[in-house]
Design a protein around this ligand. Structure first.
Ligand SMILES: Nc1ncnc2c1ncn2[C@@H]1O[C@H](COP(=O)(O)OP(=O)(O)OP(=O)(O)O)[C@@H](O)[C@H]1O
Length: 344
């Protein structure tokens, strides 16, 4: 378990640059065995948060508890020992180019003072766990990005940590490789029970892997909870904007270019769809109950944590009166909707 107790992190002013309040009033817990996504824009404080978990930085106020120990109070040998129970993987893998895959994985074990025979056995086991048993003697330059990240994951797990920190670990990978690496992390979480903390600016990564999410903005936690709850009822604008990246609130170019603000033949209304089955019969019911030939101009519905999340864009004929009736009907049914304009 990782617990942030009223954390603040301020980087002091130096050489004429002002001090930076990177984190303020951060107070939340990451449950043992969970996969928790920490999402935020660049500069939100994600890396600062990670460096507090593995003790690379000390908080300016508050405590960081990892497995019942206050890691922020540890120094020297005690800190180094505690750090063995916290593995980390990186965006650019951070492998040593002069060492083979096996020798990269062996490194933390050598540092921890394991015997040669134990290291050999553990490395073989880890290479198999991450699915690259045949790459034992390959150098990083001979591996693909996905394979390099598998070496990174094996190295991070070598000393059997209880927590695995992933700092944008899939940001440099293509979508297919990203999916494979996220699947591997899900298996590792399931089979080894390792708590995974995923730092990312990509909503798709949180959606695919995390069960809990913490949204950071300007150094503060603005929302946190179960992924399905947060994504079906996003409250903070920053969460809504992350969500629109995966739910396609942005319109297809062919439709966006046709929308004008002068009244036209169809009013264009966008309806947010949130919750199990919410969008299933919406268009049919709206058309039937209002007696209108409603057209579906664009639709995107994703499933996040078993809930439907997305947006439908509807064309409503019959002038402003009909559009107003449609908006009133949607509002009566607790659906959030807005008029985007008109199409001819
Ligand atoms: N060592 C440092 N010294 C001074 N300021 C720092 C230091 N590290 C981070 N900051 C500042 O703290 C704030 C938070 O940075 P941080 O790197 O934690 O954010 P981030 O969310 O990880 O961003 P990114 O996604 O761009 O890596 C930023 O304003 C950054 O400039």
């Amino acid at each position: 378990m990782v617990r942030f107790e009223n954390i603040a992190k301020t980087y002091p002013a130096y050489r004429g640059k002002p001090g930076v309040k990177a984190l303020q009033n951060v107070d939340f817990a990451i449950p043992r065995g969970s996969i928790t996504g920490v999402i935020g824009r660049s500069g939100a404080g994600k890396s600062s948060l990670v460096r507090l978990i593995n003790g690379l930085e000390k908080p300016s106020a508050g405590r960081v508890i990892v497995d019942n120990r206050d890691i922020s109070a540890l120094t020297g040998r005690e800190l180094r020992l505690a750090q063995r129970s916290i593995g980390m993987i990186f965006q650019h893998f951070n492998l040593l180019s002069s060492r083979t895959a096996a020798d990269n994985i062996a490194l933390p074990l050598e540092i921890a003072g394991w015997s040669k025979a134990d290291i050999r056995a553990r490395v073989t086991e880890l290479l198999a766990l991450v699915g690259i048993a045949d790459k034992h003697d390959r150098y990083p330059s001979e591996l693909s990005g996905g394979q390099k990240q598998r070496v990174g994951i094996a190295r991070a797990l070598a000393t059997r940590p209880s927590v695995l920190l992933s700092d944008e670990a899939t940001s440099a990978l293509d979508p297919q490789t990203t999916r494979a690496i996220l699947d591997l992390l899900a298996n590792i979480n399931r089979e080894l029970g390792v708590t995974i903390v995923l730092i990312t600016h990509e909503m798709s990564v949180v959606r695919q892997l995390a069960r809990e999410v913490v949204v950071l903005d300007a150094g503060r936690v603005v929302e946190s909870g179960h992924v399905a709850d947060i994504f079906t009822h996003p409250k903070h604008p920053i969460t809504q904007s992350f969500l629109s990246e995966v739910t396609g609130d942005s319109l297809p170019v062919s439709l966006a270019s046709r929308i004008v603000q002068e009244p036209g033949r169809h009013a264009v209304i966008r309806v947010q769809v949130r919750g199990a089955g919410a969008g299933d019969t919406l268009v049919a019911r709206l058309a039937r109950e209002l007696g209108l030939d409603v057209s579906l101009l664009s639709a995107r519905i994703d499933e996040i944590g078993g809930q439907h999340v997305g947006a439908l864009v509807l064309g409503i004929p019959g002038g402003d009166g009909a559009a107003a009736r449609a908006l009133a009907w949607l509002s009566q049914h607790q659906l959030s909707a807005e008029r985007l304009g008109y199409v001819a």
